[in-house]
Design a protein around this ligand. Structure first.
Ligand code: AMP
Ligand code: ZN
Length: 475
């Protein structure tokens, strides 16, 4: 067990060593997808880096329990009764019911999620499964005086907290300003600008498709409540690591903390892991920006989804990453070269367990250093150059791939088989040409015999007449 796993904690704004609530165990929560549209490759970057985190923790000996929600209800683009309901908009766009939309895009999400080598979370819970839990939390928040009713909706009262801007007042206040600017319709029911809806009954969305009975009337939950409730349902009152993209910091995670800690009466989650965005050359990727670039689209264009994973792992999760086809093509070349090098290794020589263990520790040093996956990949190249036996190298590569999940050994075996197939096809062709040439010579048709020799030369094959018969080689 490596007890020195360091990650950047957005809550403390520094790199910290993880000290779990329960020794050897990590309780982790991931904000899941909003299933009103396809998850773009930016969303998938976030899930690849979280997957690397889970596998890195497991690599050094932690037992990780990971929970993820599926946002299949509501999800307004703002915290008040403003903005737009993305699920309803998706359903209207495609002439389907909200639940049909949710099912379709959940399946599409997992298709891409799996294709890039991610392991599914232990628990995956759609928000629509947990309405009674949401109602219970809202009731407790009202009882404790942290919430109020206004205009038919229940709001969380942020003025009741000593410290609402838990991450960084500067970052959050700036985000709030942007939010206020974008928000054309102010919500007059709110006592404070930062208050947010816990339960809606009076929405501007008259035709809201999914509604449930509640003590405050028929309605539906606010945006943030699901993550607090779903995590507590499966992980209990204390959580080690909460993950999301940087856009989740404010207001989503700030509000999750506000309501969770008000409800529990104690600190809730110790480490906040936020990965940075993938941008395209025109700026940030967005689900609502028209045509969505997905992993499936890349696959249709002939890209191996694991090459996209390799692309993501080569850069640090806290840095923004720019996507371009040129960058991806460079990664294709690098991945193929890497696989070819591994395919050249023969499973011979004895495996040196001490060398395997030493590399295991070096790899652990990289990934426990704030999940430095790019250094981990550099180490992989060092292994290939090492003087140790091929059997040792193959064992080390298989060990690293528990975290990298690039399917390196299988890809190398497949490329070897492909090369053998090509070789046997070539051999059959050359032997046939040699036989045709022998027949031509027998029939004294030297022009044809020479033409066959030239035909072979054009294909890069040289033949030689020897006393042992005709011999051939690739030039
Ligand atoms: P959503 O389905 O929109 O809630 O997003 C799913 C996850 O993707 C969230 O954790 C977001 O923080 C994250 N995300 C959104 N946009 C991007 C992006 N351009 N690059 C990386 N992650 C993103
Ligand atoms: Zn969340």
């Amino acid at each position: 067990m490596n007890n020195n796993f360091r990650i950047y904690n957005t809550a403390s704004r520094q790199v910290e060593t993880i000290v779990p609530n329960e020794a050897g165990k990590i309780a982790m929560y991931t904000c899941g997808p909003t299933v009103y549209h396809y998850a773009h490759i930016g969303n998938i970057r976030t899930y690849i880096m979280q997957d690397a985190l889970v596998k890195a923790l497991e690599y050094v000996g932690y037992d990780v329990k990971r929970v993820m929600n599926i946002t299949d209800v509501g999800h307004l683009s703002s915290d008040g009764d403003t903005g737009e309901d993305k699920m309803v908009k998706g359903a209207q766009r495609e002439n389907k019911t909200v639940m049909e939309i949710a099912k379709y895009y959940t399946d599409a999400f997992f298709n891409d999620f799996d294709a890039v080598g991610n392991k599914r979370p232990d628990v995956i819970e759609p928000a629509t499964n947990c309405i009674p839990e949401f109602i219970h939390m809202v009731e407790v928040l009202l009882e404790k005086g942290y919430a109020y009713l206004a205009g038919g909706n229940v709001y969380f009262d942020t003025s009741k907290l000593d410290d609402y801007y838990v991450f960084s007042s500067a970052v959050e206040k700036e985000a709030l300003q942007i939010g206020v600017r974008d928000d054309v319709e102010a919500d007059d029911n709110k006592k404070n600008a930062t208050d947010f809806v816990l339960w809606f009954t009076k929405s501007k969305f008259e035709d809201q498709a999914l509604k449930w009975d509640s003590p405050w009337g028929v309605g539906y939950p606010g945006w943030h409540i699901e993550c607090s409730c779903i995590s507590m349902k499966h992980l209990g009152e204390y959580m080690d690591i909460h993950c999301g993209g940087v856009d989740n910091i404010f207001p989503h995670h700030t509000n999750e903390i506000a309501q969770s800690e008000a409800y529990l009466g104690h600190k809730w989650c110790n480490y906040w892991f936020h990965s940075n965005h993938l941008n395209d050359q025109s700026g940030k990727m967005s689900k609502s920006k028209g045509a969505v670039l997905t992993v499936s689209v890349l696959k249709d264009k002939g890209y191996n989804p694991l090459v996209y994973r390799f692309f993501c792992l080569q850069s640090h999760y806290r840095k923004p990453l720019v996507f371009s086809y040129e960058n991806l093509d460079n990664t294709v070349a690098a991945y193929n070269k890497l696989v070819k090098k591994i395919a050249e290794l023969k499973n011979d020589g004895t495996k040196d367990d001490a060398v395997v263990a030493a590399y295991h520790d070096k790899f652990a040093d990289c990934i426990t250093d704030d999940l430095n996956t790019s250094n981990a990949i550099t180490l992989l190249y060092e292994v290939l150059k090492d003087g140790c036996s091929d059997a040792t190298k193959l064992a080390v590569i298989a060990d690293f791939d528990r975290v990298l999940s690039l399917d390196l050994i299988n890809a190398a075996t497949a490329s070897k088989e492909e090369a053998t197939e090509v070789d046997s096809e070539l051999e059959a062709y050359v032997l046939d040409a040699i036989a045709r040439r022998a027949n031509a010579k027998k029939a004294k048709d030297f022009a044809t015999a020479d033409a066959i020799r030239d035909e072979l030369l054009n294909k890069g094959i040289e033949i030689k007449d020897t006393r042992e018969g005709v011999q051939w080689k690739k030039l």
